[in-house]
Design a protein around this ligand. Structure first.
Ligand code: NAD
Length: 485
């Protein structure tokens, strides 16, 4: 038997306490050997005036165990309340969101009976940094930030997860044909990390065709890792395919803390009636048991749950005329699972966690970019300009007058498309112009030259809304070219 492991538990709101009680009863019957410490999060804490929804002292408790099993929370309507999930993710650096998606056909109907995949979504970066600006009357921007260590960590986690769980293949989705630097970095690091796992197949798909393939042939995938926004969308598509969103568990993994939960919410419409399905939270709890290496209990509970599903003991949300034999309450379902501990499913594939290797700490090992020579070779000046017909030759000609001091206007783009010199008349033009000045007659420039350029632009009356420095790294451009450049 494994040694007792401390975990933190939050019972949540709505159906949360009911399904948590059912789960803990099952874990206890399976000798999961957990020392449970409870914290209060959610509605009552919000109502006490704590806008984070997490009681005082809870952070220390979670930090002490490193593991949180969390029932769903009701986020109060109206402004000012922060989502607990987002707060947890950001505070503890929960960089990987794991969502296994499996079909339970024929017991739960789906057109994709062979689906059995796991989505690993990067959880902290990408457009979710929430750095947005309005820069002109017409144009708004959001910054998509992708870091090398952040990408490497989640990719490495995906391969380690595949290894631990005897998965055969890891697939990566990006849009690196368009975003060569951000998504390109994610893809490149994926290929590099894959080299360290020769026993695991790997491939890459452009996100659009990849998502389409998930929606039509989900059985072609095993583990899929992707940046934050794509993962958000694709994990919901995948979960819908199996017809079992209510049966999905999820894990949020960080370096020192991990949080496990159901994918669904607190279902206030059925709270207090004892009819909620505890399966999503139970599957989250099983992921937690594997995470803390209580694999024997994880396997026992998971197989007993599959067997119960096969035996037709179903809560109302998945009840069907063909396969259901008993309309179970939350408690009855828990008791039925407990009765089947030690049994395995007959039709569905049993799970095996017996040979699961221990979780390895994930650290960045690729230091390719750290020792590169970084040189400043130019600057993109973003200008708000909307005079007359917005003629590119007019802005190009006038702006060239501030050339000098080692910098020269090379091109202008509008929404990324080159309009000067030599643009096409059909190109639509907003009031947002990216004007690229590059080193002229010198190899590199200084920050001082950039500041001088800005001073000359200001003196000439230009409305500069921002600048982006252009760097090379070991001679390689760290910036994209304009479309048509
Ligand atoms: P929901 O998932 O709570 O409910 C959607 C529908 O599914 C409802 O009809 C509900 O009765 C049903 N349902 C959900 N879980 C069920 C279960 N285990 N058994 C049987 N039926 C189930 O989504 P919602 O109604 O949009 O959100 C309700 C609250 O939950 C909101 O306050 C929302 O912010 C919150 N929420 C929390 C989390 C979380 O804590 N991780 C996630 C999503 C939503």
């Amino acid at each position: 038997m494994t040694s007792q492991t401390p975990i933190t538990v939050a019972r949540g709101d709505g159906i949360g306490p009911e399904i948590m009680d059912a789960c803990l009863k099952i874990l206890d019957a399976a000798d999961a050997n957990l020392a449970i410490d409870e914290i209060r999060v959610g509605k009552t804490v919000y109502e006490e005036g704590n806008t984070s929804g997490i009681e005082e002292g809870a952070w220390e408790k979670i930090r002490a165990t490193g593991v949180l099993l969390k029932a769903p929370i009701t986020t109060p309507q109206g402004g000012g309340y922060k989502s607990i999930n987002v707060t947890m993710r950001k505070t503890f650096g929960l960089y990987a969101n794991l969502r296994p998606v499996r079909a339970y056909y024929p017991f739960v109907f789906t057109r994709y009976p062979a689906t059995d995949l796991v989505i690993v979504r990067e959880n902290e970066e990408d457009l979710y940094a929430g750095i947005e600006h309005r820069q002109t009357q017409e144009v708004y921007q959001a910054l998509k930030l992708i870091s090398r260590p952040g990408s490497e960590r989640v990719i490495r986690y995906a391969f380690e997860y595949a290894k631990r769980n005897e998965r055969k293949k890891v697939t990566c989705f990006t849009k690196d044909n368009i975003m060569k630097l951000t998504d390109g970095t994610f893809h490149r690091l994926f290929d590099k990390v894959a080299e360290e796992y020769p026993d695991i197949e790997h491939d890459h798909w452009i996100i659009d065709i990849g998502a389409a393939k998930v929606a039509t042939t989900p059985e072609a995938f095993d583990v899929i890792v992707m940046p934050n926004l794509y993962g958000d969308v694709v994990s919901d598509i995948a979960a819908q395919l199996t017809g079992s969103v209510g049966l999905a568990g999820s894990a949020n993994i960080g370096q020192t803390v991990a949080m496990f939960e159901a994918v669904h919410g607190s279902a206030p419409d059925i709270a207090g009636r004892g009819i909620a399905n505890p399966s999503g939270l139970l599957l989250g709890a099983i992921m937690m048991l594997v995470h803390i290496s209580h694999t024997e209990a994880a396997e026992q509970v998971h197989n007993a749950w599959l067997r119960t599903l096969e035996d037709g003991i179903h809560t109302g949300d998945i009840h069907n005329q063909t396969y259901s034999t008993h309309w179970a309450s939350t408690d009855e379902l828990a008791d039925a699972i407990i009765e089947r501990l030690g049994e395995v499913p007959q039709t569905l594939k049993p799970v095996s966690y017996a040979d699961t290797v221990d979780q390895q700490p994930i650290s960045s090992a690729i230091d390719e970019a750290i020792h590169t020579v970084k040189q400043l070779v130019g600057v993109d000046l973003f200008i708000d300009w909307s005079e007359g017909e917005r003629d590119p030759d007019a802005i190009g000609g006038r702006l060239s007058q501030i050339n000098g001091d080692g910098l020269k206007l090379k091109m202008i783009t509008n929404r990324g498309v080159k309009v000067w010199p030599g643009g096409q008349p059909e190109t639509f033009r907003t009031d947002h112009w990216r004007c690229r000045f590059v080193a002229d007659g010198v190899d590199t420039i200084t920050q001082g030259q950039v500041i001088n350029l800005l001073t000359r632009a200001d003196a000439a009356g230009w409305d500069c809304i921002k600048t982006e420095n252009l760097y090379t790294f070991d001679g390689e451009a760290g910036y994209s070219l304009g479309q048509g450049e």
